[in-house]
Design a protein. Structure first.
Length: 119
């Protein structure tokens, strides 16, 4: 499967998992001059910016290990810009990640929601 298709499939699965865990999906693939956020959602009082990482194997580590400090900085800048455009949302914001792993046979192995990846 091509990388772009894998990412798209991962985002679809992540969206379903987030909804199952009572996240309200507000936007997908929000893009600005500061960067891109895969999913923007609301969970309780939090406006949540979600980075999705999908992997076919653990050869290069866990999916969430691919979220670099540089990527987190871009998400923070993009989230601040989004908040400026949408002041109606609560002040509380956080960055979560969804790690999607497939088994070697191509089946969905595991989907993990990792809350507050910035600490």
């Amino acid at each position: 499967m091509k990388r772009k298709n894998l990412g798209k499939l991962g985002e679809e699965l992540a969206t379903k998992e987030l909804r199952k865990n009572e996240y309200k999906i507000l936007e997908r693939n929000f893009s600005s001059k500061f960067g891109e956020v895969d999913i923007i959602a609301q969970e309780g009082d939090f406006l949540v910016f979600v980075e999705v990482k999908t992997r076919w194997s653990k050869k290069f580590g866990l999916p969430e290990e691919a979220i670099t400090p540089w990527k987190i900085k871009r998400i923070i800048k993009t989230s601040q810009y989004y908040k400026m455009l949408h002041p109606e949302f609560a002040e509380a914001m956080r960055i979560d990640a969804v790690a999607v792993e497939f088994s070697p046979s191509g089946e969905v192995g595991e989907i993990r929601i990792i809350k507050n990846i910035t600490g």
